[in-house]
Design a protein around this ligand. Structure first.
Ligand code: CP
Length: 324
């Protein structure tokens, strides 16, 4: 029996294949219940505190709606109005929230160095007895990728039979590598065939690649890395393309490096090199006509709004399993 009660949800690496499958099965079940109008108030009278140290549309709204649909309540804490501004520590903040609420949802990234935001999330997690849910940090975006896996299951049912390309794409904004890193781990744990495509310099953290390749050996999946976008999309069933920053470069180095790769954009002619029905994914927000053309995002291949919708259902599963 899988029991996730009171666990933190920091990184997919902390979970087994069976545990991820349980979250996905629960997400599909809760989505069916929501569609049919069946009550599923699994978190009656429970509360979560949501701290977002970076902007959000999807994550914030889907968590708040998730708690309402589960019979509980989500409090959005505006960091600028908290005593953090008067230098109250994260340790004290965590200890206080622990006395009021049943879980903490936290987003933080773009600090001085890679891994620093994760350290802050861990500090909060270690100083609260309640679950901490990672709403995106500089290393992982586990909630996004559970919604992505749910979306892939809806379209392909058997994750083992779908060829997914997770590609870097050009943007002038520096975005964390949380999505490709969590996706690589999920692919390994769930036995998916994943090709990571990126220009040299945009390698994901080697720790994630090693974990995923080892997991793939057990689950029958495969993880490969290529540096040619045209080659990568050949025979792809799904192209998930977004920009991310290189974890080995500082901000200035990355900005100078990425301008050489403006041709890493997903277009309809490029998509047509994949399988005939190849689909496009992006976690959003999308830098339109930089990462991908409007034609692809707004066309029949696009899964981006299904992914956004499934954030709600996947997070309801995470909340229900951790907090009930
Ligand atoms: N994909 C995602 O996390 O979206 P938001 O930044 O809008 O929450």
């Amino acid at each position: 029996m899988v029991n996730l009660r009171n666990r933190d949800f920091l990184a997919l690496m902390d979970f087994t294949s069976e545990e991820l499958q349980t979250i996905l099965a629960t997400a599909h079940d809760l989505k069916r219940k929501q569609v049919r109008g069946e009550a599923h108030r699994l978190l009656e009278a429970k509360s979560v505190a949501m701290i977002f140290m970076a902007p959000s549309t999807r994550t914030r709204v889907s968590f708040e709606t998730a708690m309402t649909q589960l019979g509980g309540h989500a409090q959005y804490l505006v960091p600028e109005t908290m005593q953090l501004v008067n230098k109250e520590t994260w340790v004290d903040t965590a200890k206080v929230l622990d006395r009021y609420v049943d879980g903490i949802v936290m987003r933080m990234y773009n600090l001085e160095r890679y891994g620093m935001a994760r350290d802050m999330l861990k500090t909060v997690a270690e100083n609260a007895t309640i679950p901490l849910i990672n709403a995106a940090d500089d290393m992982d975006h586990p909630c996004q990728v559970m919604a992505d896996m749910m979306t892939l299951q809806e379209k392909h049912s058997d994750l083992g039979s779908v060829r997914v390309v997770m590609s870097w794409a050009y943007s002038d904004r520096l975005k964390t590598a949380g999505v490709p890193q969590s996706m690589t781990v999920a692919a390994g744990l769930l036995g998916m065939k994943l090709t990571l495509a990126h220009p040299k310099g945009y390698d994901i953290d080697p720790k994630y690649l090693k974990f995923a390749k080892e997991a793939s050996e057990r689950t029958g999946g495969s993880i490969e890395v290529v540096h040619d976008l045209n080659e990568a999309v050949k025979n792809a069933d799904v192209v998930y393309a977004k920009s991310w920053r290189g974890c080995m470069m500082n901000e200035q180095e990355d900005k100078a490096h990425r301008v050489k790769f403006k041709d890493w954009i997903i277009t309809e002619p490029l998509m047509s090199k994949g399988n005939r029905q190849a689909q496009y994914m992006h976690c959003a927000p999308i830098d339109r006509n930089k990462e991908v053309t409007d034609e692809v995002v707004d066309g029949p291949r696009s899964l981006v709004f299904d992914q956004a919708e499934n954030r709600l259902h996947a997070q309801k599963a995470v909340l229900a399993l951790l907090l009930s």
